[in-house]
Design a protein around this ligand. Structure first.
Ligand code: SAH
Length: 355
């Protein structure tokens, strides 16, 4: 088999040689290949994200960050985005920030060379990073991660035959199949879930927790704030959330690796616990729709409609998609993590969880 054989063939061969692999390993390999080889966003691609729906999304985030920066007496900061996609959110946010005089250095954590090319078209002067490790250490960070954490690999642990087992992905000669891997000691399972019935699935994401730890340690040491926006839940809970989308429809996550977008819901409670452990302050999560409305997105839509009356319906439609309960407004949630030396962030109803 050659190195340029399709990923599915190479992965099947590796499994035949070395045995089934954990779900997290499958997800990491599939996701890396998927993003490295395409721009999946937009009507022509597999899925659409909030910044691609409307310029208002990035603008609200830019103004939200600028408000904190002004209240901090305008320190020299860096704007950091994790998984910036086409660079649209950053471009919209930076334009809004510049209106009030905030012009930070731009640092992008992005592994996809295909998407780095798109980002460079919109973000002159940006600096790219393969991981968080090389981000600046000498200034406060204004961090944004929209639909980034859901890309990170999760392990699945399955209840079966009275025990718990790591779920693994094998190959039966025709297709990828799930199976039971190594037994997982019961003391690793959260107490509230230990009596779950056979077939129950628990997910854990060491990658999400490690990145949260890195971000929070930086915020504690350097100052600044992070907005983490994603779909998710308050864990730990039983339930399987690994999913795939292909051309705007749900698809089997364990079929055709690297050719569909495999993600998992984000466990906000575990992220919160790690951030608090690192001595940062957490606000939220709140529903994206509630947050954006607190920040004034309806007024922004009205202002844009006034500037361009023929597009009023379009702006109203975008507003409904970003904030509606039946659209992205409730499914997506916003978590803010900030330095103890930074003031309370806007949009969370004034209830900070100061720990
Ligand atoms: N934030 C953008 C794109 C979301 S898609 C938007 O809202 O439109 C996920 C993004 O994360 C892509 O840019 C993808 O290439 C990047 N990504 C996925 N896994 C990554 C990883 N492990 N490290 C860095 N970037 C990653």
């Amino acid at each position: 088999m050659t190195a340029d054989a399709p990923l599915a063939e190479r992965l099947a061969a590796a499994i035949a040689a070395q045995g089934p692999i954990p779900v997290a390993h499958y997800m990491a390999v599939a996701t890396t290949h998927y993003y490295a080889t395409r721009d999946p966003l937009g009507a022509e691609g597999d899925f659409i994200t909030a910044p691609e729906i409307s310029q208002m999304f990035g603008e609200m985030i830019g103004l939200w960050l600028a408000d904190l920066w002004i209240r901090m007496d305008k320190p020299v900061c860096a704007y950091v985005e994790l998984g910036p996609g086409r660079g649209t959110l950053a471009a919209d946010a930076l334009r809004a920030m510049a209106m009030v005089g905030l012009k930070p250095e731009v640092h992008l954590v992005e592994t996809s060379s295909a998407l780095r090319i798109k980002q460079a078209e919109k973000l002159a002067g940006a600096v790219w990073h393969d991981s968080l490790d090389t981000l600046p250490t000498d200034r406060p960070l204004l961090i944004v991660a929209n639909e980034f954490f859901d890309c990170l690999p999760v392990h699945q642990i399955v209840r079966a035959r009275g025990g718990w087992f790591q779920r693994v992905i094998g190959h039966d000669g025709l297709r990828f199949v799930t199976g039971y891997g190594k037994p997982v000691p019961v003391d690793v399972i959260p107490e509230s879930l230990r009596s779950a019935p056979n077939g129950a699935v628990i997910e854990t994401s060491p990658a999400c927790v490690a990145i949260m730890q890195n971000l929070a340690q930086r915020l504690a040491a350097q100052g600044g704030i992070a907005a983490i926006i994603d779909y998710g839940y308050d864990g730990p809970k039983a339930g399987e959330t690994v999913q795939a989308v292909l051309r705007h429809a749900f698809a089997d996550p364990f079929e055709d690796p690297g050719e569909r977008d495999v993600t998992a819901h984000v466990d906000f409670e575990t992220l919160t616990a790690m951030a608090e452990l690192c001595n940062t302050i957490v606000q939220g999560p709140v529903a994206q729709g509630v947050w954006l409305k607190h920040l004034g997105i309806s007024e922004r839509a009205a202002a844009l409609s006034e500037i361009s009356p023929p597009r009023a319906d379009q702006f109203a439609g975008q507003l409904a998609r970003l904030t509606g309960d039946d659209a992205m407004g409730r499914l997506f949630r916003v978590l803010a993590v900030r330095s103890r030396h930074w003031p309370e962030a806007d949009g969370f109803g004034g209830v900070a969880n100061a720990g």
